[in-house]
Design a protein around this ligand. Structure first.
Ligand SMILES: Nc1ncnc2c1ncn2[C@@H]1O[C@H](COP(=O)(O)OP(=O)(O)O)[C@@H](O)[C@H]1O
Ligand SMILES: [Mg+2]
Length: 250
């Protein structure tokens, strides 16, 4: 590799969107969910995505998460053009690099916390022992040690979201994509979840993109991007994030 090429690669952000557009439907019913989005996210960032309902927040998360394909534009993940990947390659990218957390937790019912968290490792073909050890350690790390054998119905909303976060990070992804992770939680539980997510960003260097419509939750992030009508309306750094170590020198 030439030095020029190496320098260029070093400068490529983890995530780069250029002119990303996503159109749903046809004719009169056409909706431009995303309308020319340019966004760079560096490894290690914690970005909150805000904006009114219908502004394209979930659509951009789905594009970044390779769950949806844009109608136009370019998406580079670690410098790789995602639109040029095959379906299987995109699935692999998801499995290797991305973790997802949703508002509704999306846990398997009648299945223990431990088994829910082991599932992504099962898809990876890891041994029973490796799955068990990794899931236990990850549940412990999100504060659920001792709750491994509880089913979702036996856990509170906040605990269910912790299981979902454990499931998202048990594979050691580079990026956590969280779409309204506190949308179903009360303020107290929401703050606990935000501190957990913030800790994963700070301590593990996990890159986090999180959608929220609550300013109080967005305040935990280091950067706040606001969407309006499928476009980025503002993009600002937050030099004094909320949270456990608030007040510490940046
Ligand atoms: N699968 C879909 N089919 C048609 N329209 C959609 C679909 N998904 C989203 N939209 C539309 O795209 C726009 C953006 O949606 P979304 O990204 O879900 O917004 P947000 O998450 O900010 O509330 C909305 O007008 C929504 O109705
Ligand atoms: Mg949404």
């Amino acid at each position: 590799m030439s030095e020029a090429r190496a320098a260029q690669d070093a400068a490529t952000p983890l995530i780069r969107l250029r002119g990303i557009t996503r159109v749903y439907g046809e004719g009169q019913a056409q909706v431009r969910a995303l309308d020319g989005v340019d966004l760079d996210v560096e490894a290690g960032e914690f970005v909150a995505i805000m904006g009114p309902s219908g502004s394209g927040k979930s659509t951009v998360m789905n594009v970044i998460g390779c769950l949806d394909t844009p109608s136009a534009g370019q998406y580079l993940f670690r410098g790789v053009a995602v639109e040029k990947l095959s379906r299987d390659q995109r699935a692999l990218l998801r499995r290797l690099y991305l973790g997802f957390v949703f508002q509704g937790f999306n846990l398997l019912a009648r299945t223990s916390a431990q088994e829910n968290v082991e599932l992504p490792l099962l898809y990876r073909g890891e041994s029973v022992q490796a799955r068990h050890a990794a899931a236990s350690a990850t549940l412990e790390s999100v504060g659920l040690g001792g709750r491994e054998h509880h089913t979702p119905a036996e856990l509170s909303g906040g605990q269910q979201q912790r299981v979902a976060i454990a499931r998202a990070i048990v594979t050691n992804p580079q990026v956590l994509l969280a779409d309204e992770p506190t949308g179903n939680l009360d303020t107290h539980r929401s703050r606990e979840i935000m501190e957990l997510i913030q800790g994963l960003n700070r301590e593990r260097g996990l890159t986090v993109l999180m959608v929220t419509h609550e300013a109080e939750m967005a305040a935990y992030a280091k950067r706040i991007v606001r969407f309006v009508d499928g476009r980025i309306a503002s993009d600002v750094r937050n030099d004094a994030p909320a949270g456990a170590s608030a007040g510490e020198a940046a």
